[in-house]
Structure formats: C-alpha cells, structure tokens
Design a protein around this ligand. Sequence first.
Ligand code: 3PG
Length: 412
Amino acid sequence: RCNNRNRAFFAHWLCDQLVALQLCAVTVSLDLGHLEKLAAPGSCFSFTFFMGRYGLMCARYQAFQQFENDTKHVNEKIENQESSHVKIAQGEVLPIIDYYSLNMAKKVLVATEKPFAKKAVDGIREVVEKAGYELKMLEKYTDKAQLLEAVADVDALIIRSDKVTAEVLAAAKNLKIVVRAGAGYDNVDLEAATERGVVVMNTPGQNANAVAELTIAMMVFMARNGFNPGTGMELRGKRLGIVAYGAIGRIVADVADGFGMYVHVYSSPNPNKVRLYAKHLRRDDSLEQMFSESNFVSLHMPATPETKGMIGYDLIKLMPAGGVLVNTARKELVDEEGLIRAFEERSDLKYVTDIAPVRIEEMKEKFGNRVFATPKKMGAETAEANINAAVAAATQIVGFFEKGDVQFQVNK
Ligand code: 3PG
C-alpha cells in the first residue's frame, strides 16, 4: 500500500541509490585518468554532489517527520475509537480495536427519500471527498429493500426523515454513525442503534430559520382566510403562544415580535430557567394559561413518548374566539380525536399544519378551509436549510471518524 510509511522508506532507498550513482560517476572519472582535466568540473561536481546530498537528507528528514506525525495521528485515532466505543457501550470498553479499518476509506451513504437540493449534495461531496472518503447516493427511493441493500457496506449514513429501524441497522453491518440532517430524530430507532454501538446525531438549529419562516407564513395564511376572498385579520397586537422555546421557537418569537405580536413561551420541564431572547416575551407557567389567552399557538417540541398526543381537546377548546393552532413540528403531538371533537363544538377554530394528520380527508370534509395541511412536509425545504443541515451532517461524520467528536450524539 502506498501509505506514508512506505513513502518514507522509498525516499530513504532513493537517496542511497542516488549517492551510489554519484560515487560511480567519480570512480569512472578517476579510472579514465583525466584527473588534471577534471579539476574545475571536479569542484563543480563536488559542490553539486554535496548540495544534492544535503537536499536528499532534507527530503529524507521530512519524510521521517511525516511518518512520525502520521504515527501520532493514527495513535490518536485509536484512542478516539476507544473512547467513542467507551461512550457507546456506556462504560464498557470494547476489547477489539479495528486497526485495519483505521486506514481504509470510509463509505458515506446519503439516503434521502426526499432529496436535498443539488447544492447541498455538492457540499456533502466536497466535505466527504476532502476527507478521502467515498460517497454513495440513494435518493428518491421508493422501497425499503433499496435502503436495506444500500446500507450493507457503509460506515456512515446521512438521512432526513428516512426511517432507520432495527431492520435497517441490522442490514448495515459496518455502520458506525447515522446523522439525521435536521432536528427531529424520532425516525431513528435509538435503542437498536445503541445496542449495535452506532452513534446517532442530529444537526440542531441548521434548518431552524426555514421552519420558523414557514410558521409565520402559515399564521398569515390562516389570518387571511387561506388567501380566499373575505375579511381577514392582522397579526399585530395578537397573542402568540410558543410551545417549546428551542432553536425554532426562538426565531419564531423574534419574528413575531417584529410583527408587533405579544409573544408567550412555554418550555417544560423548567420553564422558569428558560432564557428569553426576544424583547417582549412572557413566560407562561402552564399550557392551560397559554391556550386560554393566545390567538395563535405554535408547536415546536420534538415527538417523544411524553409529548405525543399532548395537545388535545382540553387545551384546544380553551382557545379564544378565532384561535389558530399551528403545527410545523410533528403530527403525533396533536390528538386528532380531541381536535376533531373541539372543532365540532367550536366553528371558529382553525388548524394549519406542515404534517398532514392521519384523518386529513375527514377533517377537510367536516371543517373545510378551517383546516389546512401542506401536501408534503416543507418546513426545511429551502436551499439554505438543505445546505446548512447537509454540510453539517457530513462535517460531523468526518469529525467523528477523525477526532472522535460526539458533540451532537443523541443516543448517549
Ligand atoms: C426536522 O426535524 O429537521 C424537520 O422536520 C425537517 O425534516 P425533513 O428533513 O424531512 O424535511
């Protein structure tokens, strides 16, 4: 293999060959008996010889220096591999260190049923190839079997909302890391990943602005009757309740503040510890308080066992007249049964969502323009968000393999 160690020894060998050649040349000149004629060219030759020798020594020294650095680098990699395994296995040091794979080119698969913008893929390619890794693409796949086949030989996986189940993880024998290019990682079986020693990361905040802008757009859309003729309302002076004050919630708060809205935030489990960034914010102690006062309520929490079905009849029915519920997070957060019941009782309420509810057809039929769902989740569908999240994912993978960086690991 043409690694740096071999290069160093080759340089060494080359030096010796050249020195031998030079000595031969001197011997031949002497043998020819032209010593007196060789005085001037001889000194020239001696000077060139010594300079050449000096140059070769420098090259040799550099090559060994490089070799020493590489050895140090590989040792660091070994240590990092050990420490990340320590973290994955939660205290248990895995006994086998894969020395061979340390020098192998890593294979990174981008598996996106909903593909990234071209510029985002170019960004991934640049990061991956610069690291000397190989990039594999599986876009717009329609069948799980395609994903199972594609993951078989890869070391790293970049996904969006693609489902990484226990079955996918079992099919990915070499997999060490999955990066969800985005915020929510409810599409990855974290338990199965941890069991297999696979690190799972997300790229928090990278697509937050895109989702926040869509949230505001949806509020305006509903305030103006879905852009249908008729009298609408303005956002200025209205109250907006933001459930979960993370990367997206903060931007929504800032922009809503700019619109002249009164912004309330609720962020469990420690609402009082949340630092408020926008200027005119109020912290609500309970969701009941928020729902009963807010003209708009926007959801920004992840889908977890605790948050699934969290927004139901009891909260929705508390909203003031003409209340609008906005969901750019996950459909599972809203208890559809409860929402339908509240909407049947209150003909003034509205629901706008970026993730179609399971019972969307029934809702459309019953409530008409009061319910709107985008045809396909589009919160993060901007070139900027795609590029940010995609390049961050690729960079995190390289950081993980090269330095053992697990800053954004979510299955600790
Ligand atoms: C996220 O969790 O980051 C958003 O829901 C975006 O999801 P997407 O990558 O499937 O568009």
